[in-house]
Design a protein around this ligand. Sequence first.
Ligand code: CUA
Length: 359
Amino acid sequence: MSRSLRTDVSKDEAGADMWTGIPLFPDSASTMAGRVDALYFFLVAVSVFFSVLIAGLIVFYAVKYRRRSPDSVGASFHGGMALELTWTVVPFFITIVIFVWGASVFFAMSRPPDETLNIYVVGKQWMWKFQHLDGQREINELHVPVGRPVKLIMTSEDVIHDVFVPAFRVKADVVPGRYTHLWFQPTKPGRYHLFCAEYCGTRHSGMTGEVIVMDPSEYQTWLSGGAPEGSLASAGARLFQDLACNTCHRPDAQGRGPVLEGLFGKTVTLQSGETITVDEAYVRESILNPSAKVTAGFQPIMPTFQGLVTEEQLLELVEYVKSLKSLPQPQGPQRSSRVGVESPVPQPGSRAGVEMQTR
Ligand code: CUA
């Protein structure tokens, strides 16, 4: 690392570090960092304990039972129930502790909280592109507020990449053709390294960036600084018109394609009789490969948009579909819990949604 990212972080924090001056360890800057470190140190401690114990016993017995005269012959032993039970049962319980502890950390890492700030990530050789819901785009820099859970919804334009933020102790593959997720909750403002952790070609080592964690008020200022292009959902709405999707997907159920209003997060029945929950991956697949999972009651007449839309445009369309709330029903507005809770999407052209998200 030729440049230090620690310069913006106060000297006190660096000094309080037990590894003062020796950057053996990255910062601890997320809610997950302490948990991951605790498990890691436990594993190191168990390994060190048994390595020292076994090596020590080898040396000790080698000396104690050394050959004392040229014609001495060792006594032979068979069995030792207590000993064998001990070295079976003790490691069994230790490995169970490791399993349960590891699984609980894994579950915490893989299940984002209900309310997250969602940010889209597209990896390509060799850069990271970030898209905020209300329109800001960044390359190799990601601005997030401190203290809020952030969920990255990620895909790749070409090969497999991998987002790795050591200070947050999070890492996840970014895979072409699908969406993967990663979440973290930053705990202190600062600038932190972002790496690609999957070999992806000649400039893999240069595929780095920074996560900039800001105070909520600063973040608010940053957020309102840009966005000339409008929200992601409104860009998706324009694209939806440009691609003439609206000729078949009409809100009045008279179109040749399913009504998209209120669809996101719902469970739909397919022609095959299977059911599927409408999530980002399903929307994406239905745009690129519409005949793969056709909704029951519809003909497989939709053309593919493979090659016609970029990964970023796909995200805009996904975000547009997410933003389409159910039309008012006579018995009151329907709300999908998933749409309402997980992704408070701003309505195109409105700032209200943005404010709700950034609080
Ligand atoms: Cu992208 Cu390595």
